[in-house]
Write a protein that binds this ligand. Sequence first.
Ligand code: IYR
Length: 222
Amino acid sequence: MAEESFVALSTFRRYSAVEMQKRASEHYDEMSRRRTVRDFSSEEIDPSVIETCLRTAGRAPSGANQQPWKFVVITDSSVKRKIREAAEEVELQFYTREATRTWRDALKSLGTGPKKEFLDTAPCLIVIFAANFSYASNGDRLKHYYVRESVGIATGMLITALHKAGLATLTYTPVNMTFLNDVLSRPSSEKPFMILVAGFPADTARVPDLQKKELKDFTVFI
Ligand code: IYR
C-alpha cells in the first residue's frame, strides 16, 4: 500500500456572503438553460474543447479515488455509423416488443422513437464505460467501489462542462448497450454506462416543453 501523504488545502476559496449568493445564482441560471437536444448539426467541435471538458470530468470524486471511468471519444464517421446501426436494432426491439405500456406512456412527451439519426449527424459521441475492476501494476486484480456513483458524478461534471463550453448534449442509453464493447473493443471489465452525444443544435432543433419540479417538491429540510 502507498503511504499516506497529505498536503495543505490551497485550492479552496472563501467568498463573501453576497458573492456566494451571486455565484450560486449565476450557476443556477447557466444550468437552467441546459436542454437535452436530439437534433444536431454536423458542425465539428474543436477537439481541445472536448479534451478540456474531459479533464474536468476526470476531477470528479470517486470511491477510494479509483476513478473507475473510461471515456471513448468518437468522431470517426464509420464508427458512428456502426454504433447507429447497432443501437437502432436494439431500439427497434425496445419500441416494438420490450417496452411496457407504462414505459411507453412515460416517454410520450419526449417524442422519441427507434430512429437515432443523431448518432450519425452529431460530430462527437462520448461513450462512457464503468470499470468494475482494474489490474494493479503487479498484476493483482483491484476491485473498484461505488462504481456507478463515481461514474455518474463524473458524467454529471462532463455534461456541465460541455454545456458551459457552449455545446449541446444528449444523454443516450439504449436498453442494451453490450454492443458497445464489441464495436469499441473494450474489455468485459468495462460496462457501458452511457452514450453522451455532443455538438451544436440543428437550426431546426426543437425541444419538448418540459416542466421541472419546484424546489419544495423535491427537497425536505429538517
Ligand atoms: N432508449 C430509448 C428509450 C428512452 C428511455 C428513456 I427512460 C428516456 O428518457 C428516453 C428514451 C430511446 O432513446 O429512444
